[in-house]
Design a protein around this ligand. Structure first.
Ligand code: ADP
Ligand code: MG
Length: 364
C-alpha cells in the first residue's frame, strides 16, 4: 500500500450498541455510545468478561448485534458482512499460518477472494516492504522473531486496505520483555500508517502506553472515556480509580474521594487519618507502604503511600507504626457513582438516526 492508494482512516461511531447472547441473561454489552476519532489509537480497557471482545467483534462483523448501530465515517455498517466494512482484525499472538511463508500469509485473504497468484504476490510483497520485511518474505513464521511475526501479521491485516484496524489482546501471550517492545512498535506503526486502531486489552499499563483515547469498561457499560492522563488523574468512579491503580479510595465527609498513592502525605503525628503500616516494599525509585486505616469499613481499609527513595531514607517508617495520613485539597478527586445500567427500553424506542424532533415527540 503506497501513500497514493492508502485509504484514509475512518472515524468510528457506536450508538446504543447492545449484545445479549441469550434471553434472560444480562447483556454482555449494554447500550454503549462511543465516538472514536479518525486516525486515533483507541484502547478498550477493563477486566475479563466486561464486554471488550464482544464490542470489537461486533465492529468487525464477527458477531451479530442485538440492537444499536455502528458507523464508519457516517456509513452504517451494522449489518454489512465483515469483508465489506473497511475493518480488519489482528489476533492474539498474530495467529499466522505456520506452514505458509510470510508472503503467502500476507496474500492469504486475496487468495480467498480469487485474486490471481501474480497479483496477490505483488501486493503482498509491496506490503511486506512497507513494514520493512521484504527481505524475509520467503521465511515461515517459525523462522522469524516475535517482532518480525508481528509485522507479518500487520501486513496480513493491511492487505484488505482497512480504514480501521481492530486488535484483540494482540500482545497478551508474549513474554513481558517482548510485549513492551511490540507495543512500542504498534504505536509507531499506527502513527506511521495514520490508521484508526481499536485495541482491546485488560492491562491498564498497556492502554496508558498506547492510547490516545482510553475507554474503561465494566459489566458491559462504559465507565469513563478520556486520554490516559485524564483517566489516571481524574478517575470518574471508584471502579476506575481501583482498576487503574495508584489511588487510595477514601470515604470522607466530602464524599468518596481518590488521592494518588504518591500524593498521600504521611506523618508520625498531627492531623489526618490514623493508619497502621502493614508492609514496606522497596521498589527502586520508590518505596511503597501498605497501611490499614484505623477507622474504616473492611472493604476500604487498605491504603498505600508511595514515597521517593530519598524521602523515605530521610525518615524511614517501619511495619507496625501508627501514622497520620493527609493530602492537599488540590490532589482530591471526588468520585461519582460510576456507570449505571440505563432504564429498560420500551419496544419502539427510536434508533439514533431518527431526527431529534421524532425523539422529542416519543419522549413527551
Ligand atoms: P472481555 O473480552 O472483556 O473479556 P467478552 O466480550 O469476551 O469480555 O465477554 C463478555 C461477556 O459475554 C462475558 O460474560 C462472557 O462470558 C460472555 N460471552 C462472550 N462470548 C460469548 C458467547 N459466544 N456466548 C455466550 N456468552 C458469551
Ligand atoms: Mg476478550
Amino acid at each position: 500500500m503506497d501513500a497514493v492508494t492508502a485509504p484514509p482512516p475512518a472515524a468510528v461511531e457506536i450508538v446504543a450498541l447492545t449484545k445479549r447472547y441469550a434471553a434472560g441473561t444480562p447483556p454482555a454489552v449494554d447500550r454503549i455510545d462511543l465516538r472514536i476519532a479518525s486516525g486515533s489509537y483507541c484502547c478498550l480497557l477493563g477486566p475479563s468478561g466486561c464486554g471488550k471482545s464482544t464490542t470489537l467483534r461486533m465492529v468487525a462483523g464477527h458477531e451479530s448485534v442485538s440492537s444499536g448501530d455502528i458507523l464508519l465515517d457516517n456509513r452504517n455498517i451494522t449489518h454489512l458482512p465483515a469483508a465489506a466494512r473497511g475493518t480488519a482484525m489482528m489476533f492474539q499472538s498474530f495467529a499466522l499460518f505456520p506452514h505458509l511463508s510470510a508472503l503467502d500469509n500476507v496474500a492469504f485473504s486475496l487468495k480467498m477472494k480469487g485474486v490471481s497468484k501474480v497479483e496477490r504476490h505483488r501486493r503482498a510483497a509491496q506490503l511486506l516492504e512497507r513494514v520493512a520485511m521484504g527481505h524475509l518474505a520467503q521465511r515461515k513464521p517459525g523462522e522469524l522473531s516475535g517482532g518480525q511475526q508481528q509485522r507479518v501479521a500487520l501486513a496480513r491485516a493491511l492487505i484488505t486496505e482497512p480504514r480501521v484496524l481492530l486488535l484483540d489482546e494482540p500482545l497478551s501471550a508474549l513474554d513481558p520483555f517482548l510485549r513492551i517492545q511490540m507495543r512500542a512498535e504498534l504505536r509507531r506503526w499506527q502513527k506511521d500508517l495514520g490508521l484508526t486502531f481499536i485495541h482491546v486489552t485488560h492491562s491498564q499499563e498497556e492502554a496508558m502506553a498506547l492510547a490516545d483515547t482510553m475507554v474503561v469498561m465494566n459489566h458491559g457499560l462504559i465507565e469513563q472515556v478520556g486520554s490516559p492522563h485524564e483517566v489516571y488523574n481524574h478517575p470518574a468512579s471508584e471502579f476506575v480509580a481501583r482498576f487503574m491503580g495508584g489511588h487510595n479510595v477514601l470515604d470522607t465527609p466530602e464524599g468518596l474521594i481518590a488521592v494518588r498513592h504518591d500524593h498521600t502525605r504521611i506523618a508520625s503525628d498531627g492531623d489526618g487519618l490514623a493508619a497502621d503500616i502493614t508492609d514496606v516494599e522497596y521498589q527502586g525509585t520508590y518505596v511503597l507502604m501498605g497501611l490499614h486505616l484505623a477507622e474504616s469499613t473492611p472493604e476500604r481499609r487498605g491504603v498505600s503511600v508511595q514515597l521517593t527513595e530519598r524521602t523515605f531514607a530521610q525518615r524511614p517508617y517501619a511495619v507496625g507504626e501508627r501514622v497520620r495520613l493527609s493530602w492537599s485539597p488540590a490532589d482530591v478527586r471526588v468520585l461519582g457513582p460510576g456507570a449505571t445500567r440505563p432504564e429498560p427500553q420500551s419496544p419502539g424506542t427510536p434508533s439514533v438516526r431518527q431526527p431529534l424532533a421524532a425523539l422529542a415527540a416519543m419522549a413527551a
